[in-house]
Design a protein around this ligand. Sequence first.
Ligand SMILES: *Cc1c(COP(=O)(O)O)cnc(C)c1O
Length: 449
Amino acid sequence: MASSLEQRRHLATEIPGPRSTELMARKNSAVASGIGVTMPVFAVEAGGGIVQDVDGNSFIDLGSGIAVTTIGNSAPRVVEAVRQQVEAFTHTCFMITPYEGYVAVAEALNRLTPGDHEKKSALFNSGAEAVENAIKIARAHTGKQAVVVFDHAYHGRTNLTMAMTAKSMPYKSGFGPFAPEVYRAPLSYPYRDALLSKEGAVDGELAARRAIDVIEKQVGAGNLAAIVIEPIQGEGGFIVPADGFLPALSAWCTANGVVFVADEVQTGFARTGAMFACDHEGVVPDLIVTAKGIAGGLPLSAVTGRAEIMDASHVSGLGGTYGGNPIACAAALATIETIEAEGLLERAQEVERVLLDGLHRLQADDDRIGDVRGRGAMIAVELVRSGTDEPDADLARAVAASAHRAGVIVLTCGTYGNVLRLLPPLAISNELLIEGLDILTRTFSEVQS
Ligand SMILES: *Cc1c(COP(=O)(O)O)cnc(C)c1O
């Protein structure tokens, strides 16, 4: 277990309690309003499947700080590795006097990512920064400029990644102009595609042909540097494309001199029951972007890929002051060791069975649950108005708010805001997981739409 924190949901006050309410008032006067919060409770300790707040309330964690603390919060190996590194040195800048931890993380990424070709890596701080660098590398390698992304995509909040992200509110609205040469293609979205054609929903190759048609006609392979895709979409609603969609896109890229980039920022590092979501379909991306779950909560991200593509940039064309910070690298090595030593891929598969079992039972009794989907510890339900396929964002909001008051951290997502997503840490016990599901189930019966 991740820490000595008692693994028990406990409500000591109303949610939020008095100390959190006081801190929220300070937050509101000191912190820019653009920084929103999902739950107005202030954390003091977290570990296993529990987050504890300043009022002594203990919440069941079904969010992992947005898919970051996959191995658990304050995971023992991470704590020890960080402690040792902090005492040795905190920063030299890898571009000034390098250190072994950075190289060891690059070696681990080259070993763990899909494919056994020769690979290289570069380290950065955030997911968005790594996505931007994957584009720089693909452009340098191909000598081309255009980038294709997909409907419902989320790639970050910096200028280039805002252009790549699909949803206007809250990510883009009012923040333009956006970077040019970014084009959007249709995704395979089995639940919504089925509303148009039953066969179309399960035929990933057909969906890929639809996307490739748009790409060939509206962009042209001769102008296209890279296709960037989340193998399972995160913020867009945990959309798992139909079988065959990703392999067909990847094959088209290979045949047309286009770099196939998998954005595995949310899906990587055991989250989906495989080390990377591409592994489920045997897809080998040219470049893979990782962050979130990579370092047990410390800020680190990476681009890993074919050595000849990764080496396309001139010397000193890539980098940054903090990229691959030594403390974050120590945490990443400890995270990878934890995943491998504790069999966490299998644990994520077990979490999938528990979650799908509970949610399918809920769906059988409640026709507001249009779809149950996802892989591993990345599972969601898409909510609709009773007996229709109309997205119901109000219901998702009401269920999440009610679960929060009952002591369960859940998040919403999706283009229509109507998806409840579950991202528990793999360090959570089955007892807490099932209790969290029971509370969600109860919440559904209480919340009328
Ligand atoms: C979170 C996320 C990003 C952005 O990562 P940041 O670290 O927030 O910049 C990019 N892509 C995907 C798929 C994500 O889930």
